[in-house]
Design a protein. Structure first.
Length: 468
């Protein structure tokens, strides 16, 4: 008979209520620990209130617009010469902000039901056992046996481009818009820039994407980036590659962006998506003995420990994959390690990620660059979705499924999916990677016909290792 450990005397303080913070709180509270969260913006943090939830809701609306725009190719017609669909951006943004607020409230109520204490305000570490919380009621010292830091990050700014929330935006401000931008200039072609460029292009704006690199989504699968950039250009987006924005300024009725090659471009609005800065300054990390990296991120190990005893960290402030899912996993791992539960260190090669553009781009495990550089010995199969029967029925032209297996053994080590709902389709490949499945395990699992996932099984069949 096993005995249930009693953690009721253990006090845990969490600075930051985003995915890393609230997931950690739920784990600790479920085991009986006394948990306090200090959060200044609202439970859920920027992921729920100004980033993931609102942006993906905006993208879902844009996807609907794209499907409507392409409906005529499938035989769908509008009656009575109805005009093409248009986006009521005021209503779109009202809805997404409402959803974000509701999600925050749902998480908050769940924490309260679990017995977590929530302090609304700012906090800083006094040492590795105390957080000073400043709320509307005053200042309070929260004593703790262990601390988790989950303070997230905020948008980076350019020296010559200051967001004003009216014509020049960062990604937290763009939901202030009540009318669709006629000509939106997006500076930055990483994940955030590409997603917003794709969304506003789908909603009907003319979008100019300023990219400092050779391709959009630098660092991602080259084939995937090529498909996305081709789709962007086919839908009327202007992509300026190998170009940097030096300054962004207001004009009488819009914005003017000066580029590093001397050119200027004008638009109605500008979105700056040039990276993020971790929220690690002036919160007492040095006093607590927490070491930062050169980029200002908190240095953590595979179980989310910092260099300070009893202090853990999770989420964007650590610089380990800026994904809400990773923040949540880091938080759960931290509490499992602290409380002596079974725990496995975070393995980044098993992490699936998705870029919510149109088409979506999802990936997991080893990359093709890893294989071509000789870092891994692998075989690659790439199948275009245009050959998939379900994709044909759905009128899908862009995308592919790519699976990587270890040369010789046939173990699945990675993959890329480009297409509709790639975020869902990547899961079986991620499962195969995490569980070290053989390509035959994937190939011999019956798929629905017709289905997009059928191409995953087909790719696995083509990677079959013949027995001698």
């Amino acid at each position: 008979m096993t005995s249930q450990l009693d953690f009721s005397a253990l006090k845990i303080a969490i600075l930051g209520g985003g995915p890393g913070g609230y997931e950690a709180a739920m784990v600790a509270a479920s085991l009986g620990a006394d948990v306090t969260i200090v959060e200044n913006k609202g439970v859920g943090g920027s992921a729920v209130l100004t980033d993931v939830v609102p942006s993906k809701t905006l993208i879902a609306t844009a996807d609907t617009m794209v499907r409507v725009a392409d409906a005529h190719t499938t035989g769908v017609k509008f009656r009575d010469n109805a005009e093409a669909a248009y986006a009521d951006l005021a209503q779109v943004n009202e809805r997404l902000l409402k959803l974000a607020a509701e999600q925050s409230e749902d998480i908050s109520q769940g924490l309260v039901r679990a017995g977590v204490r929530i302090l609304t305000g700012t906090g800083r570490l006094l040492d590795n056992h105390r957080i000073e919380a400043t709320t509307a009621e005053g200042t309070e010292t929260v004593e703790a046996d262990a601390i988790l830091i989950a303070t997230g990050a905020h948008p980076r700014e350019l020296p010559g481009a200051k967001p004003d929330g009216e014509r020049i935006f960062n990604w937290t401000q763009i939901y202030n818009l009540t009318e669709l931008p006629k000509a939106l200039i997006v500076v930055g072609s990483g994940v955030t820039g590409a997603e917003f460029a794709s969304a506003y292009n789908g909603l009907g704006s003319h979008v100019t994407l300023v990219s400092s690199r050779d391709q959009v989504l630098p660092g991602e699968d080259a084939d995937a980036a090529e498909v996305l950039e081709s789709a962007f250009q086919r839908r009327g987006m202007t992509v300026l590659s190998r170009t940097r924005a030096e300054t962004v300024e207001r004009t009488d009725d819009g914005v003017r962006v000066k580029l590093n090659d001397g050119r200027t471009i004008e638009g109605s609005h500008c979105l700056l998506a040039v990276g993020a800065i971790p929220n690690t300054a002036d919160i007492g990390l040095e006093e607590a003995g927490v070491t930062l990296t050169e980029s200002g991120h908190i240095k953590v190990d595979g179980v989310s420990r910092t260099t300070a005893p009893n202090v853990y960290a999770a989420g964007d402030c650590t610089g380990v994959f800026a994904l809400a899912s990773i923040a949540a996993m880091q938080g759960r791992i931290a509490m499992a390690h602290l409380l002596g539960d079974a725990v496995k260190p975070l393995k980044l090669k098993q992490v699936a990620s998705n870029i919510f553009t149109a088409p979506e781009i999802a990936s997991v495990g080893v990359t093709e660059e890893d294989i071509s550089s000789g870092k891994y010995q692998g075989d690659i199969i790439k199948l275009p979705l245009r050959t998939n029967p379900r994709a044909k029925m759905m009128n899908v032209e862009d995308g592919f499924i790519k699976v990587f297996s270890r040369r010789g053994s046939g173990t699945v080590i990675g993959g890329v999916v480009v297409g509709p709902r790639a975020s869902e389709l990547i899961y079986p490949i991620a499962l195969a990677v995490a569980q070290k499945l053989h390509v035959d395990d994937v190939a011999n699992t019956v798929t629905v016909y017709p289905s997009l996932s059928g191409s995953i099984a087909e790719a696995a069949r083509r990677l079959h290792v013949h027995s001698s």
